[in-house]
Design a protein around this ligand. Structure first.
Ligand code: NAG
Ligand code: NAG
Ligand code: NAG
Ligand code: NAG
Ligand code: NAG
Ligand code: NAG
Ligand code: NAG
Ligand code: NAG
Length: 321
């Protein structure tokens, strides 16, 4: 049966090769060809520095073009496209979505404008998406949640608006989510509490409001959360101070209030930075002496709040003499 099936496949292939040689060879190298997709991607860019000079019609082996890496098992399929610090302007062509074997797309620190193409959602193998430090506008495409293999997603420092799509909470492999320094509005979606292997979350300098979802405290690998310079209100859910994985907890310059739990430092053995100061917060109550149990603290930002009493001498002992 299996032999028969492979023979039929061979016959079908021979048939295709005989009658449509051009289309069948391009179907063997991807639906419309990764070469064509790369050329379309280049076409939408403005490459004044000539970083993509090697991407030209006379050099046929696109796997050797600058920034391009092809698969070993599928030699004509691009698995990585990396153009960091490329000084490239223009926009990201939707044809990028034709590079369906892509696992890594890195366009860090260029001057790209326009929107993030929705066609990225066709890249089901994508693990690493780095678009930080550009001038991208529009919203974070909600259908990025279809890229279920994403481990790293960064759109930091762009001009994005709209909200954080709650569907991103279904990216079960995600370890890094960076959306800081944009114009993102709305709430932090509670669904982010489902990102069970998340290690780093950067939301700082946006226009986020509403409360901090308590579910984020379930993230047992979370080391870094930086949500400063937003308009978050309410209190920090007490369970945050029980996240022994935390190294960096940043909520400065929001509209938060509340008292720090008396045992705040007891379950934060790795905490290095605690930022609750800045402009707009109004934490109150005593500064708990238990903070001195967080022995790795290097930066403790509590200014501009309504803490009362004095700084406990034990906390002063955190300062190296
Ligand atoms: C990308 O794929 C789409 C849809 O399959 C197709 O219409 C388009 O022509 C392709 N682009 C290139 C540059 O091959
Ligand atoms: C085309 O690319 C090749 C390398 O891939 C390079 O040697 C050649 O100079 C390029 N041609 C132009 C016109 O830039
Ligand atoms: C994303 O996935 C959903 C459901 O799995 C599907 O309905 C939708 O069409 C997909 N979107 C894209 C752009 O592939
Ligand atoms: C988290 O995932 C569970 C299980 O998939 C789901 O039932 C729940 O609605 C999700 N929570 C949020 C806040 O999206
Ligand atoms: C906080 O963590 C400690 C030790 O990890 C645990 O014993 C305690 O039950 C936790 N508190 C809450 C409210 O979950
Ligand atoms: C405290 O707030 C005032 C304005 O409310 C601001 O000028 C000052 O820079 C803030 N101090 C710190 C340390 O952030
Ligand atoms: C800050 O909190 C203190 C103590 O709870 C309160 O008395 C004060 O009115 C608050 N200030 C502002 C500006 O809300
Ligand atoms: C906190 O510090 C005190 C005083 O140094 C010490 O006795 C106690 O064991 C510490 N607690 C924890 C949980 O490290």
């Amino acid at each position: 049966m299996a032999a028969l099936r492979s023979m039929l496949t061979l016959l079908l292939l021979a048939h295709l090769l005989t009658f449509w040689p051009a289309s069948s060879s391009s179907s063997l190298t991807g639906e419309h060809g990764d070469r064509e997709a790369l050329l379309a991607f280049k076409e939408a860019l403005s490459d004044d520095s000539g970083a993509l000079n090697s991407w030209n019609a006379s050099s046929s082996d696109f796997c050797r073009w600058a920034g391009v890496t092809c698969s070993r098992r599928h030699p004509s399929r691009v698995v990585s496209l990396s153009l960091r610090y490329g000084k490239m302007g223009g926009s990201i062509s939707p044809d990028i979505g034709n590079l369906t074997f892509l696992r890594r797309l890195d366009l860090f620190y260029n001057t790209l404008s326009g929107e993030i193409p929705h066609t990225l959602s066709r890249l089901r193998r994508l693990r690493f998406l780095e678009l930080a430090y550009n001038s991208l506008a529009g919203e974070i495409p909600a259908d990025l949640s279809n890229c279920s293999n994403l481990v790293y997603l960064s759109v930091e420092v762009n001009g994005l608006h709209g909200g954080i799509p709650s569907g991103l909470g279904s990216l079960s492999q995600l370890q890094v989510l960076y959306v800081g320094e944009n114009n993102i509005v709305g709430r932090i979606p509670p669904s982010l509490g489902n990102l069970s292997v998340l290690e780093s979350l950067a939301l700082y300098q946006n226009k986020l409001e509403g409360t901090i979802p308590e579910g984020l405290s379930r993230l047992r690998y979370l080391r870094y959360i930086q949500a400063g310079r937003n308009s978050l209100s309410g209190t920090i859910p007490p369970l945050f101070f029980n996240m022994s994985s935390l190294q960096y907890l940043g909520f400065s310059s929001n509209k938060l209030h509340g008292r720090l739990p008396p045992d705040v430092g007891r379950h934060l053995p790795d905490l290095q930075v605690l930022r609750l100061g800045g402009v707009g917060n109004n934490f109150s109550g005593p500064i708990p002496s238990s903070l001195h149990n967080a022995t790795r603290i290097q930066e403790l930002g509590l200014a501009n709040n309504s803490f009362e009493g004095r700084v406990p001498p034990e906390v002063g002992m955190l300062c190296p003499s």
